[in-house]
Design a binder for this molecule. Structure first.
Ligand SMILES: Cc1cc2nc3c(=O)[nH]c(=O)nc-3n(C[C@H](O)[C@H](O)[C@H](O)COP(=O)(O)OP(=O)(O)OC[C@H]3O[C@@H](n4cnc5c(N)ncnc54)[C@H](O)[C@@H]3O)c2cc1C
Length: 458
């Protein structure tokens, strides 16, 4: 059965990229249809009801940074600006492998990157020799910041260089790497610093320690993820005359230059189409791969993925007094207390392992034991607390790999008029993050709107 063509733009995928594209298009008066294959919105940043308790559980803790400017613009636009909490400045409590607790705080009185250097000099989590290594990073951080500006020529790192090699080249000691740079790189890149290539990390540092001292502040969602942004975005798009449908797996057909979307007998021929599906889902969008997409699809097929493992632990009482703690040098690098964000007296902790290749195939019981053991090792005082429940969430394809030699990321334009790509894996220069997804979504929306401005009727 042929559907009635009544939408200007069809957006495929309802994650951060798709919903931010749809929001921007709707605001500019386009009639938008979002198609999502799953039954719930949010893609890789979503929440689901726990099988036993019905409590909403994120598919993995998501952390944003003060430099996520496009993300905050998107959240504000859809009326969800208060669904996140931003620190006034970067402040990270940590417990090292010997159980020593410390806090890295960057003063707001100094401009970046000096605020970081000053923060590290004042950080008693590191011996003096290692604190002094921070001085050697001032120049590379300044270069990283300049590199983020258009037209920059000098590069702080080369594409074949790993993060670890780059840090060593910049005289960062093993201790400061373990305590500061490695947790940061793992969180930002979701890949071991020994594997991930340096330029993307440099880009993150350039944005974090760029414009103002708040750019590095940590921002946490204050609601389960799909409620934080995807449902408000749906309401926003619908209010502006668009539609968002779940359980619809889209297929794309290009016939004589016309882009048609089909799913289960329905068909749409809008003025423009944005695919925001991840790299590994792009090949399945087409039954017949158009020649203009052959190279992009080949590269998407060759992109490797990097996993994240989350272990959720419920205790019978409150066990940590911070919204989050860094556990550098351990398999689970961060622990978040969801109750300090969502409210409540007991503790519901999420322990996160990024770049979790070595863990992802372990049994649930083993992962729970590792997480519980590491937590007790870091916080021996909580031994009296009873572990009530534990669950494991694996995301084997959480992000794309940033290892040197991976295929080049595609751009928004595809060579097919009216067919655009979005998604965190598009060539934004950022790693696979919410901010990359939103920037890609905005870019794709602007490309559609530009097409309209150039005379094409959406
Ligand atoms: C556990 C975990 C933790 C993370 N932590 C962080 C973090 O702390 N900070 C951070 O910034 N980022 C983090 N990320 C990364 C972040 O979640 C992603 O970068 C971002 O959500 C990607 O959004 P997207 O819209 O590009 O893709 P997705 O969210 O993958 O959305 C694509 C959507 O397309 C749909 N789709 C696919 N094929 C079709 C089809 N044929 N038809 C219709 N729909 C289709 C999919 O179902 C999906 O919903 C994390 C990711 C994971 C998994």
């Amino acid at each position: 059965m042929a559907g009635i063509t009544k939408f200007d733009v069809v957006v495929i995928g309802a994650g951060f990229a798709g919903m931010s594209a749809a929001g921007r298009l709707a605001r500019h008066g386009a009639r938008v249809l979002v198609l999502e294959s799953r039954s719930r919105l949010g893609g890789r940043a979503t929440a689901f009801p726990d099988r036993d308790t019905g409590e909403l559980v994120d598919n993995g803790q998501h952390v944003m940074l003060g430099c996520y400017t496009a993300t905050f613009a998107f959240l504000n636009e859809i009326g969800a600006g208060d669904h996140v909490h931003m620190q006034p400045h970067l402040s990270v409590p940590m417990i090292d492998r010997r159980g020593r607790r410390s806090r890295l705080t960057c003063p707001t009185t100094l401009p970046p990157p000096l605020h970081l250097v000053a923060g590290v000099l004042d950080w008693d989590g590191l011996p003096w020799r290692d604190r002094l290594a921070a001085f050697a990073m001032a120049a590379p951080l300044k270069l990283a910041r300049r590199e983020a500006q258009p037209g920059a020529r000098r590069r702080a790192a080369s594409p074949g260089e790993t993060v670890e090699n780059w840090l060593i080249r910049n005289r960062q000691t093993a201790t400061i790497r373990e305590m500061l740079w490695n947790p940061l790189a793992l969180a930002a890149l979701n890949q071991s610093p020994a594997r991930a290539s340096a330029p993307t990390f440099v880009r993150v540092l350039g944005e974090m320690f760029g414009a103002d001292s708040r750019s590095a502040a940590i921002v946490l969602p204050t609601r389960p993820l799909h409620q934080m942004y995807a449902e408000p975005a749906r309401a926003y798009v619908e209010r502006l005359g668009g539609a968002v449908r779940t359980g619809v797996t889209a297929k794309v057909r290009i016939d004589g230059g016309v882009v048609t979307i089909g799913s289960n007998g329905e068909r749409w021929t809008p003025g423009a189409v944005i695919s925001s599906v991840p790299w590994h889902a792009l090949p399945d969008l087409f039954d017949d791969v158009p020649a203009a997409m052959a190279d992009t699809i080949d590269r998407a097929r060759r992109m490797e993925s990097s996993p994240i493992v989350t272990v959720n632990l419920w205790f019978d009482r409150r066990v940590i007094d911070e919204p989050f703690l860094g556990l550098p040098g351990r398999a689970m690098q961060w622990v978040f207390d969801k109750r300090t964000v969502f409210g409540g007296d007991a503790s519901y902790l999420s322990l996160v392992s990024s770049g979790a290749g070595p863990l992802v195939d372990r049994l649930n019981e083993e992962l729970i034991a590792i997480a519980h053991h590491e937590l007790l090792d870091a916080l021996p005082d909580i031994r009296a607390a009873r572990l009530v429940r534990a669950t494991v969430v694996r995301e084997p394809r959480a992000t794309f790999s940033l290892a040197p030699g991976q295929p080049a990321r595609p751009s928004t334009e595809t060579g097919i008029p009216g067919f655009f790509l979005a998604g965190d894996w598009i060539d934004t220069g950022l790693p696979a993050t919410i901010e990359s997804a939103v920037r890609s979504g905005h870019r794709a929306a602007d490309a559609c709107l530009g097409r309209q401005a150039s005379g094409f009727s959406l």
